[in-house]
Design a protein around this ligand. Structure first.
Ligand code: FFO
Ligand code: ATP
Length: 232
């Protein structure tokens, strides 16, 4: 074999060796990333389970007291924002109860809206006006939501505030929900317009020092609990 061809053969072998190392590294990195993703998902699910149990174990008296205290604090915060169109949620699975807040908002003439699962776009929410006589139905999770009525739909960017349910939050304003990504999708672009302002609403026992986060998680600028207003 002529020298040049030998060299080119050697060069190819060396390239192959480098390529092999690179491929192995890439596979390792992929496995490593997959492992981290798996462990993050597992630890997020464990946190969800523990906190859902903790909030469900509050007594009825504690739940009532908590919802009254939190609603006062939330009302002040909403009035400070001059919020006129406010989305909130109907209590599910031990979440901080919203009835006292809803009643107070109705008394003040502030428009209230509830989420409903989008009929066609999986993972998306629609927000519909909510009053005492809104026809309601249970969704696939057993949560009451307004029946679909196109006249009652409000575009998300017309809402002033979205009071978000959550499972856990941390001391940096990170939020973890039920795991559907509904609020993350709804709020993904809120900072572009500055609207709607997301405000977390939760029991004090839902607070952790630090949560494992994902890039799609939308941090909350405000979180209100029965004992505190946290701003970030
Ligand atoms: N009150 C309230 N309304 C809300 C929400 C919420 O967190 N709270 N959502 C916030 O996104 C949306 C609904 N998302 C939800 C996602 C999962 C489950 C849930 O219970 N999952 C069960 C599994 C049920 C199943 O797979 O069929 C579970 O995790 O045990 C509930 C609501 C819209 N409405
Ligand atoms: N902006 C987004 N666009 C597309 N997919 C998203 C977005 N945000 C979240 N998801 C997807 O939703 C799934 C659930 O996300 P995650 O576990 O963070 O939900 P969650 O915050 O607990 O739920 P929720 O927001 O409904 O309360 C993830 O698989 C994620 O990829």
């Amino acid at each position: 074999m002529p020298t040049s061809s030998k060299l080119s053969h050697l060069k190819t072998q060396s390239d192959m060796a480098h390529l092999a190392v690179e491929v192995a590294d890439a596979v390792d990195v992929t496995n490593y990333a997959a492992n981290i993703a798996f462990h993050t998902k597992e630890s997020r699910n464990q946190i969800r389970k523990a906190i859902r149990t903790a909030r469900k174990s509050l007594s009825e008296t504690e739940q009532t007291q908590a919802s009254l205290s939190a609603s006062q604090r939330m009302l002040h915060a909403l009035q400070a924002q001059n919020a006129q169109h406010v989305a909130l949620y109907l209590t599910h699975d031990g979440e901080l109860a919203t009835p006292p807040l809803i009643e107070a908002l109705w008394q003040l003439g502030i428009h209230t809206y509830l989420p409903r699962l989008h009929p066609f776009n999986a993972g998306q929410l629609l927000f519909l006006h909510y009053s005492a006589d809104t026809p309601m139905q249970a969704n696939q999770f057993g949560i009451l939501e307004p029946k679909l009525d196109v006249r009652a739909i409000i575009p998300v960017t017309d809402l002033d505030v979205v009071i978000t349910p959550l499972v856990a939050f941390d001391l940096m304003g990170n939020r973890m929900g039920m795991g559907g990504g509904y609020y993350d999708r709804t709020l993904a672009n809120w900072q572009l317009k500055g609207k709607p302002l997301p405000m977390g609403y939760a029991h004090d026992c839902q607070q952790l020092t630090s949560l494992p986060c994902e890039h799609w998680d939308v941090p909350l600028p405000f979180i209100i609990t029965p004992s505190r207003l946290l701003t970030f």
